[in-house]
Design a protein around this ligand. Structure first.
Ligand SMILES: Nc1nc2c(c(=O)[nH]1)N[C@H]1C(S)=C(S)[C@@H](COP(=O)(O)O)O[C@H]1N2
Ligand SMILES: [Mo]
Length: 267
């Protein structure tokens, strides 16, 4: 007898799909509420009338719909996975926030939320269910590489930390959808590189805190000892040399969005 998803066997694409099915059902509940709120909002606009080119409440409602819509319906499908023979090491690309080289023995990932902060050692992160996957790293510069990754799901860390919800409860299958904090803010230890994620993308089952690439521990250039890989987004979101994760309801700043790129950076 083999356990389908014991620690010895990497989770299959079926596990990814199962988790996504759960997220989509949760998303439909949030989306329904957003649509009702949108209808109420529009009714009010038609009573308040126009102001300039576009009634300001309409702009606000559209912004609201976009935010909730993306969070609710966001990435609900697995990104493609590839056979091992196609996996390569990508080039080292982007070095903001990579120096000074971190002291591996003293490494702590700082996880924060409204309920407090909790440091995680690398051993604690490696004790979470190990996921191996072969997915594409796509850079906005136009290149892409198929990479073999190993790490822990960010959603599993979030549930272990109990800092990603308002109530402090894990956001697991029976969690309340409206309990989830809307965003995650990730940064290097020196804060020089930083990434903002919507909760749906952060909790996507292929969003991993990686400690291995190509079957080996990360090299400093690729973000040792811990980096993110988030294949539903462009490479700019796959932050290397990860030092902290903060769960929040305020949309976090993002290094490349501050320099003119799309904040969501999905593809
Ligand atoms: N800390 C940090 N992480 C980063 C970057 C960076 O400059 N600093 N660049 C990003 C970009 S643009 C890409 S494409 C990927 C590249 O990852 P790689 O160097 O492992 O190929 O890292 C991302 N993560
Ligand atoms: Mo990139």
């Amino acid at each position: 007898m083999t356990k389908p998803n014991g620690p010895d066997s990497p989770p299959t694409d079926d596990e990814t799909r199962r988790r996504l099915g759960r997220m989509t059902r949760r998303g439909l509940a949030i989306g329904g509420a957003a649509i009702l709120a949108g209808v109420a909002g529009r009714h009010w606009i038609y009573r308040t009338g126009e102001e300039g080119m576009l009634a300001w409440p309409l702009r606000r409602v559209l912004g609201f719909d976009e935010r909730i819509g993306r969070a609710a319906f966001g990435p609900s499908r697995p990104t493609p996975t590839f056979p091992l023979a196609r996996a390569r090491m990508p080039r080292v690309n982007g070095s903001y926030g990579l120096d000074p080289a971190p002291d591996l023995d003293k490494f702590r990932l700082r996880v924060e939320g409204p309920g407090g902060a909790r440091p995680f050692t690398l051993a604690e992160i490696k004790a979470l269910p190990r996921v191996e996957m072969i997915t594409e790293l796509r850079c906005i510069e136009g290149w892409s590489t198929i990479v073999r990754w190993a790490g822990a799901r960010l959603s599993d860390l979030a549930d272990a930390a109990r800092l990603a919800t308002r109530s402090g409860l894990p956001a697991g299958p029976r969690g309340k959808p409206d309990d989830l904090l809307a965003y995650a803010s990730l940064a290097t230890p020196d804060g020089r590189y930083y990434v903002g994620l919507d909760a749906a993308s952060a909790r996507h089952p292929q969003t991993l805190l990686c400690y291995e690439m190509d079957g080996r521990p990360l090299t400093p250039g690729h973000g040792a000892p811990l980096r993110l890989t988030i294949p539903v987004k462009y490479g700019i979101k796959s932050i290397k040399n990860l030092g902290s994760i903060r769960f929040t309801d305020a949309r976090p700043a993002d290094f490349w969005a501050d320099r003119g790129y799309d904040w969501y950076a999905g593809h």
